[in-house]
Design a binder for this molecule. Structure first.
Ligand SMILES: Cc1cc2nc3c(=O)[nH]c(=O)nc-3n(C[C@H](O)[C@H](O)[C@H](O)COP(=O)(O)O)c2cc1C
Length: 309
């Protein structure tokens, strides 16, 4: 391709091949690539964010955990994962041989849990950044850490002191104003923000009148999340200087461009991967074709342009 755009600069030690990233929890059946790593060549992508890992193994929530509406999906997986020790022993060694940037998402119920995971990870290679999933309820007050600017800042500060890896903070959309939380994460030392995780929601079965999930509510993803997450990217872009990664309802190049134009430097594709695991590769192809057509020589030129119109 003639005018291939430049790489994506997140921070000095996190430079991605391009802005296309697979979102946490949606890479293969288990969120760690099972069932697809040998079927597709993902090496051309910007990065893959692995499923959130917790300090101890988690069995997740009661089933059913997944429901498709017409324009959205609802999930209540409950971060089922084998725990950080198993990830370090069984997964990390192979990730370091992959020709794609691997970002590990970690989730905890207290700052101490995140710190213990960071301590275990700091002597290992295989990941290029940590994404902090701050959407778990905090054991101290039951609020999501990402709903509280003070806790968010404290968490990021503590992790930055513990580990040298770049830190991306994935914010929760379950807040009235994203700006104070985005600022708090930046002040704590975050190198980038991912916006957003799933929006809390529920739906009832028409016959049984009970929740369609094994839990009452779950996280809304997909098309219906896009306007919410997009507006949070827009607002955060106006108050922080660190790069923003847009997430929520991306299923084609137009969605991805919308996020970049609203202020995202890169973007993640989530639940749409289930319908088409090749989608991130297709969107990358379409993005490069778009850039070539419009003589865009650097992906960064797309970021935030709608703010100047
Ligand atoms: C089945 C499923 C599992 C998910 N697991 C995680 C997770 O472990 N950690 C996390 O930060 N986000 C998780 N997410 C949220 C996605 O990464 C993404 O933020 C959200 O789905 C919005 O993007 P989308 O509309 O493109 O799916 C999960 C989403 C789905 C659908």
């Amino acid at each position: 391709m003639a005018n291939f755009p430049k790489k994506i600069f997140i921070t000095d030690n996190l430079i991605l091949k391009n802005p296309v990233i697979v979102a946490s929890g949606t890479f293969g059946f288990d969120g760690y690539g099972s069932g697809i790593v040998n079927k597709f060549n993902f090496s051309s992508l910007g990065a893959i964010v692995m499923k959130s890992t917790t300090l101890l193994p988690r069995v997740g929530n009661p089933t059913p955990r997944f429901y498709h509406g017409k324009h959205w999906t609802l999930n209540s997986i409950g971060i089922e994962n084998p725990g950080i020790d198993s990830i370090i022993e069984n997964y990390l060694p192979s990730w370091k041989d992959w020709d794609v940037s691997v970002i590990l998402s970690i989730a905890g119920e207290s700052i101490d849990e995140y710190l213990q995971m960071a301590t275990k990870l700091k002597v290992h290679t295989g990941i290029c950044a940590l994404e902090l999933n701050v959407s778990c309820p905090n054991v101290e007050n039951g609020m999501e850490i990402g709903q509280d600017p003070i806790m968010t800042k404290k968490l990021v500060e503590s992790i930055k002191k513990e580990i040298e890896l770049p830190i991306i903070v994935k914010l929760s959309p379950n807040v009235t104003d994203i700006r104070p939380i985005a600022i708090a994460a930046e002040e704590g030392g975050a190198n980038a923000l991912s916006l957003t995780n799933t929006l809390y929601g529920m739906t009832l079965n028409k016959e049984t009148h009970k929740s369609v999930l094994g839990t009452i509510g779950g996280g809304v993803s997909g098309f219906a999340l896009k306007p919410v997450a997009l507006s949070m990217v827009w607002k955060a872009f106006q108050v922080v200087d660190i790069p923003i990664i847009g997430v929520g309802g991306i299923s084609n190049i137009h969605d991805a461009l919308e996020y970049m134009n609203a202020g995202a430097t890169a973007f993640q594709i989530g639940v749409a991967n289930y319908a088409n695991p090749r989608l991130p590769l297709d969107i990358l192809r379409d993005l490069n074709a778009y850039c070539n057509k419009h003589k865009i020589t650097d992906y960064h030129f797309l970021t935030g342009i709608s703010h100047n119109m």
